[in-house]
Design a protein around this ligand. Structure first.
Ligand code: DSN
Length: 415
């Protein structure tokens, strides 16, 4: 794993890159350059993380060679049982084990499907369970902090469904009164909660009550905060939501991929919505990586890690506030926060580009009521999960805040 001072204390990545170079020097060298970039840079992208070597090894294992369309027989009572290929004895056991471990992680009797290739694929399938094309969905828009798949017009979600959006209040917090009012007005079949760029606790209980009142299903996309839910640093959507989607590579620190949890009565629909509706063969190597990730998430070390992620985020955010910066919602409750650059003559993109040049990686992001385009933006999103994996503590992040402040002061002069 990469250390906080830009070293690698294992040989795992370097040895694998040498293998690749034997077959393709070009690809091997490009991966090596990316490896050096990742190792040397300060990584602040809120949706990224560094998984363990064990997760990486599972993802690069012989399971990558195996087809296993369908679902394992054992323990599945959904009616979608059985595989369409022979030789699945061991991948069946791995997939069952993966499902069992994730239920343990969230201490839930919800059904789980671990096959979605990504969070977007998981959301695509979850919509299929809850709504038909043309149905009304009440959701959180991309420019306020939602995800692309929460109804953006350039995405399948905005294209297939009649999207209505709830808003944030003038401080940038999700306006639960607006959620309630819009739900009563538009009578949605589905309400979507969850975000990609929202720094505050989401009130899943109230979302659940509103959904119940208007007869809608509630889908929670907990991709960003899933790790915080595991550690008890964010209220759980289990018990409130009918469908819960997540990725496994953000705060959960596993392989790139998705999962869907659902109330047991939706299990059969969820399984069919993933395979054969949205996907063919599951990536059993990634499913093995998800199982390893679940075991890691069950440890007390992982929960300590998440507590530190949140403490670091609060300290990092406070350092910017102390230096006079504007932060959307004025702070953070989770692993990320949004710096508001609307008063500056340069954009979020400009800051992202300038920080790239000094080895600090983050991403431009729209902020509520942004006057700039999504390609420019008036904000940047800052997250602490990756560097906390590398051992950063509060003081380390305060130093990074000072470096970003110095760069902004420089940009004020020459940009
Ligand atoms: N694009 C991811 C993010 O950065 O939050 C979500 O899928």
């Amino acid at each position: 794993m990469f250390t906080k001072d830009g070293k690698d204390d294992s040989r795992y990545n370097r040895d694998n890159i040498e293998f690749i170079k034997h077959s393709s020097p070009t690809v091997g060298e490009l991966i090596e350059r990316e490896y050096e970039r990742q190792k040397g840079n300060i990584e602040l992208i809120a949706s990224e993380n560094y998984s363990s070597e064990a997760v990486l090894a599972a993802c690069g294992s012989c399971l990558s060679w195996k087809y296993a369309e369908g679902y394992p027989e054992a323990e599945r009572k959904t009616g979608n049982r059985g595989r369409y290929y022979g030789g699945t004895e061991f991948v069946d056991q791995i997939e069952e084990y993966c499902c069992k471990k994730w239920k343990e992680v969230f201490d839930t009797d919800y059904h789980v499907n671990v096959q979605p290739h990504s969070g977007s694929q998981a959301n695509f399938s979850a919509y299929r369970v809850a709504v038909d094309p043309g149905d009304t969905v009440l959701s959180f828009s991309l420019d306020n902090g939602g995800h692309l798949t929460h109804g953006s017009p350039v995405n399948f979600s905005g294209n297939l469904y009649d999207m209505v959006f709830y808003s944030v209040d003038h401080n940038g917090f999700i306006d639960m009164e607006d959620v309630c009012k819009k739900a009563r007005e538009c009578n949605p079949k589905l309400i979507v909660a969850g975000a990609s760029a929202y720094a505050r606790t989401i009130d899943f209980k109230s979302f659940g009550e509103i959904a119940k009142e208007v007869g809608a299903l509630l889908m929670v996309d907990m991709a960003h905060i899933a790790g915080l839910v595991v550690a008890g640093d964010h209220p759980s959507p289990f018990g409130h939501a009918d469908l819960i989607t997540t990725t496994t590579h953000k705060t959960l620190r596993g392989p790139r991929g998705g999962m869907i949890f659902s109330k047991p009565e939706l299990a059969k629909k969820v399984d069919s919505a993933v395979f054969p509706y949205a996907q063919g063969g599951p990536l059993e190597h990634i499913i093995a990586g998800k199982a390893v990730c679940a075991e890691e998430a069950l440890t007390s070390e992982y929960k300590e890690y998440i507590h530190q992620v949140v403490k670091n985020s609060k300290a990092f955010c406070q350092a910017f506030l102390d230096m006079g910066y504007k932060v959307v919602t004025g702070g953070t409750d989770n692993h990320l926060f949004m710096l508001d650059l609307s008063d500056y003559h340069f954009s979020g993109k400009d800051l992202q580009d300038e920080l790239d040049k000094i080895g600090i990686t983050l991403n431009k992001n729209m902020i509520p009521e942004d006057k700039r385009s999504p390609k420019e933006t008036s904000g940047v999103r800052i997250g602490t999960a990756p560097m906390t994996t590398r051992g950063y503590l509060e003081d380390d992040f305060v130093k990074v805040a000072k470096r970003i402040d110095a760069k902004i002061k420089e940009m004020e002069k020459y940009l």
